[in-house]
Ligand binder design. Structure first.
Ligand SMILES: Cc1cc2nc3c(=O)[nH]c(=O)nc-3n(C[C@H](O)[C@H](O)[C@H](O)COP(=O)(O)O)c2cc1C
Length: 211
């Protein structure tokens, strides 16, 4: 029975490999098309082109609630979250960042938000060694729930670097108002997708079952 199971997983993984790990193929390779949770996981993709218009507060609240229900070390909830859904506030943040960098870099710097209509800034508690993982799981719960609600998302590390690494971006952090001892760790953009990117291939050889 175990050999049979191993064979099925092996054949499925091989099938995923041979078809480049595309989202549909990856789902059907494990015969889980009818499982809405797995379908949702396989359907999520990073969205970098959004339709104009925001996501309503009720939907955002649902997504945030799913976020904070992520598993987290010792239930310390070692995160703080700031949701920016006001375009004027986002513009203010971008303007601070643009003026903090040389003029020729300004476009690249402000472009790091991928023009997502809603930006969520996540900070981690520096006093807890697992807080970065907590924040990652929080972000993934947000993105998966967003997918299930038809909302596109993108996890963003580059704004974190641009903001944390340049003292001239301090006013952004002041605006976000995280508590003492918390550091910006991740951003997640949300909005309605204006593109449908294909799944990037995944390397299934990274998975090894030990006997
Ligand atoms: C920690 C982290 C940081 C990321 N930073 C960026 C980023 O700065 N800009 C960006 O466009 N995408 C960023 N991404 C998205 C990845 O590029 C994307 O998840 C990856 O290419 C796989 O594609 P998929 O999300 O469509 O499956 C980031 C993702 C993670 C998890």
């Amino acid at each position: 029975m175990r050999i049979f199971g191993t064979l099925i997983v092996g054949v499925s993984l091989l099938a995923m490999l041979s078809c480049g790990g595309g989202e549909k193929e990856a789902g059907s390779a494990l015969q889980s098309d009818k499982n809405p949770v797995i379908e949702n996981i396989m359907a999520r993709r990073s969205i970098r082109k959004y339709k104009p218009g925001t996501v309503d507060r009720k939907t955002l609240e649902q997504i945030m609630l799913c976020g904070i229900n992520a598993p987290n070390g010792q239930n310390k909830q070692s995160w703080e979250i700031r949701v920016v859904d006001n375009p004027a506030t986002m513009e203010e943040i971008k303007n601070i960042m643009a003026s903090a960098y040389p003029e020729e870099e300004a476009k690249r710097v402000t472009g790091c938000f991928r023009d997502a209509p809603v930006m969520v800034f996540i900070a981690r508690d520096l006093a807890y060694d697992f807080s970065a993982y907590d924040c990652g799981l929080l972000a993934e719960n947000m993105m998966l729930s967003a997918t299930s609600l038809g909302v596109g998302s993108v996890c963003l590390g580059s704004p974190v670097r641009f903001i944390n690494d340049n003292p001239a971006c301090a006013p952004v952090l002041e605006k976000l108002g995280f508590s003492e001892g918390y550091k910006l760790a991740l951003c997640v953009g949300f909005g309605y997708a204006d593109e449908a990117p294909a799944a990037k291939p995944r390397d299934v050889s990274k998975i090894k079952f030990l006997d």
